[in-house]
Write a protein that binds this ligand. Structure first.
Ligand code: G6P
Length: 476
């Protein structure tokens, strides 16, 4: 039986299956996975995740109980749940990604959506089943008094469900997203909003990446459940139970990142990129092609910067890496199309025989991203809203001289803001001006700021981040 368990929708690895049935394993993407993978593996934590694709399902079926590590894969202890595809699809795409993600990132086009009708009722039912499958697996795997760390908006109901099964466990929930203010959160049908909040309050400890998101969660508990909130001691008491609220501002393991970033594949990408861009200055961005990342406004800001500063023509290149994400959702496919369209317009307007003002790449290539970080003069991170944003932390670790243009709506702004050029993500002219200011920043200032960004980015690496939460649970 296991004494520490982690549960999340996406696991540390994913599989693809070829036509002849051969399985290939790949590292999972996104902030949550990057943060937890190494720590979970080193500490022998059992990770419970969902099978996300046909490839994952084939891998699960190789071994009884879905223990991928028992099938000879080098993953660390890992159990994948084979949730029926239709249930999974409704829980992951319709509820988690199209509803809870949209609510917490304020992404709705309000005059037209959301619409909660009978279809949503069925989708919500699937979300309950999916959360129930996690609760059941965790209840089976956890030793007496074990500590269970449930991750993110996919699994908001699991803590309360698990507590009902196994009151002996110490349960934490962690949100890797922002949290919406009550007036926006209450777009959700009342029962759904209540179930989400009460689901998380089933945990002993509810963690957030920034104080802002923790405050918003407490505001929702107070306004929507009438719960008693202690803002100084940071706790919420509801129906006789108290949940502690924690702020754990996830950072990066700088040494491990550097170790990876000097490998030969990264070095050869650096050489190739340098050949492509010459000695021009580089403005870099690296994101999932995700609505909340605000890529289109970022491109429009770059266009405005080029219009305002002809002196930079031929002397700067914007490297924009926007790798694919959540393509089952039409909004994401449309968004990707807008990104491509906007990039093409910039190329058409400013490109010349010997100057590509913009290099947009929409394929996932981790070593190439690391190469871009190392070469960046400016890093643009301008999300509409973001739980933390690890790109803002990784960039200054790897680039010795990069100036950071950072949205004030990213959780990371709480720590990095004083040393970054902070922008309102909707203010395109402001962002364009910040790009210019970042490019002309004097060398000693950019190095001084970069050193402070580096220190802030590595303050709470994943090992310490996880340890702090485990400690908080041990005290309960
Ligand atoms: C964010 C979420 C993670 C999620 C990741 C990638 O970082 O907080 O929970 O795994 O995005 O999204 P995906 O839908 O591909 O898992």
């Amino acid at each position: 039986m296991n004494s520490v368990l982690v549960a999340s929708n996406r696991g540390p690895v994913s599989f693809t299956v070829s036509d002849d049935g051969e399985l290939t394993m790949k590292r999972g993407g996104g902030g949550l996975v990057s943060a937890l993978s190494e720590v979970a593996r080193k500490d022998g934590v059992l990770w419970v995740c969902a099978a996300l694709s046909d490839g994952d399902r084939s891998a699960v079926r190789l071994v009884p109980g879905g223990r991928i590590d028992h099938a000879g894969y080098d993953t660390g202890p890992l159990r994948m749940l084979d949730i029926p595809p239709a249930t999974f699809h409704r829980a992951y795409n319709a509820v988690a990604n199209s509803t809870l993600w949209f609510v917490n990132h304020l992404l709705y086009d309000i005059p037209n959506s959301p619409n909660f009708g009978t279809r949503f009722e069925r989708e919500w039912e699937s979300y309950r089943d999916y959360n129930g499958a996690f609760a059941l697996a965790l209840a089976e795997e956890a030793g007496h008094g074990a500590r269970v760390m449930v991750q993110d908006y996919h699994l908001t109901l699991t803590p309360a469900m698990l507590r009902a099964e196994r009151p002996d466990l110490r349960i934490a929930h962690f949100s890797h997203t922002p949290w919406a203010p009550p007036e926006y959160f209450s777009l959700l049908p009342d029962e759904v909003a209540g179930e989400v909040l009460e689901g998380i309050l089933g945990a002993d400890h509810a963690g957030f990446l920034a104080d802002r998101w923790a405050q918003a969660f407490m505001d929702c508990c107070e306004a929507l459940l009438g719960a008693e909130v202690d803002r100084v001691g940071r706790s919420v008491t509801h129906e006789g139970r108290t949940t502690r609220i924690g702020v754990h501002s996830l950072g990066v393991d700088g040494d491990a990142l550097w170790e990876r970033a000097v490998e030969p594949d990264v070095e050869s990408h650096m050489i190739a990129l340098r050949e492509q861009v010459g000695e021009r200055r580089l403005i870099v961005r690296i994101d999932r092609t995700e609505l909340s990342k605000n890529i289109v406004r970022g491109l429009v800001a770059y266009r405005e910067f080029l219009a305002a500063h002809p002196e930079w023509h031929g002397k700067v290149v914007h490297l924009a890496f926007a790798y694919p994400s959540r393509h089952d959702l039409p909004e994401y496919r449309e968004y990707t199309a807008s990104v491509l369209r906007c990039a093409q317009e910039i190329e058409d307007e400013y490109g010349t025989e010997d100057w590509d003002p913009l290099i947009l790449n929409v394929n996932d290539d981790y070593p190439r991203s690391l190469a871009a970080y190392r070469m960046a003069d400016v890093l643009l991170v301008n999300p509409i809203r973001d739980g933390m944003n690890l790109v803002a932390k990784e960039g200054p670790i790897l680039s010795p001289r990069c100036a950071l243009v950072l949205s004030r709506e990213a959780g990371a702004a709480a720590e990095l803001g004083p040393h970054a050029l902070v922008v309102n993500p909707y203010d395109i002219s402001g962002t364009a001006a910040a790009l210019h200011a970042a490019l002309v920043m004097p060398e000693d200032e950019r190095r001084m700021r970069r050193d402070k960004l580096h220190a802030a980015a590595t303050a709470l690496p994943p090992q310490k981040w996880l340890a702090a939460q485990l400690e908080a649970l041990a005290e309960i």
